[in-house]
Design a protein around this ligand. Sequence first.
Ligand SMILES: [Zn+2]
Length: 333
Amino acid sequence: MTFDFSKVEFEEVNCIICKSKTQQKKLLSTKDLLCGMPGSFSIVECQKCGLVFQNPRPKEKYIGHYYPDDLGYFNIQKNENEEIDSLTKKVLIDYYKYSNLGKKNLLRKIILYPAYYYLYKHRSIPKFRQNGTILEIGCSNGLALKKLKNLQWKVKGIEINKKAADYAKNERELDVEIGSIFDFNFEPSSFDVIILDMVLEHIYNPEQAIKKISKWLKKDGQLIFSLPYFYGFEFSVFKEFSHSLHLPAHITFFNKNAIAHLLGRFSDINYVFHHFDRDIVASAEYKYQNNHNWVLKQIAKNKLLRWTIIKPLVFVMSLFKKTSRITVFATKN
Ligand SMILES: [Zn+2]
């Protein structure tokens, strides 16, 4: 039986950071370009604190209908490589304190710096801790958790999508439970590391979520999360065609001010900008579908252009903190 989307109720919300209700400016309306779900969705910018968020938004009880089971992040790809290759091992030893994998080497560390910077720095990799425990919230089919388990972490995952969670449990033999953050009550100080990869922007109440997470983390524990970042190049150029917009699934587009507000009990907050060219390519593709512009077609389809111009350009933009995804690293006080 298919769901009748005309039944979805929407709600108006205050800014989650400064609680302002009235000072909101509408930025744009757009359709669900990723999954093609019916409806039109809007984002606003709080004029008081600058936060961008979806408003109005579907009430939470309906949002599950906007996540088709075949959505990318729940997909199971056969033959996903769970092994740790030798370059990764060396980088883990020299940059992430994985003393369990071998001895540090200063010369090698210097030589590996470009590889570390380009291939690893933006990834949600925790610094190693002996007998350390990790919780991944929104662990999907468990690929990242499995790799961490192979690196001698004790791992646990929670995942809202049953199909993905079942795969993590049954095929990867991981300790994964089905549900959202708000379905669980772990003991305080249970984990050394908590990871949320592209999750927080989907959560209806991120402030409460971070409060819970913060309790579950040990003192000096590492919180690592990645997010779409609205305040970069992709959104200013592609606007409603931006790939990272993904309405209505994305609820909040955090800025640094909002992240600092959420992370009141954390220190050493570090932002790493990704150089993920897919966001530009996919945005160009969406816009090309709309206006059939030749330049956009080249950006979307021309592989030579992608490798010679777009990838280097996106890398340079990441140096200027202008790309549309970030990973945030923070330590609990
Ligand atoms: Zn605000």
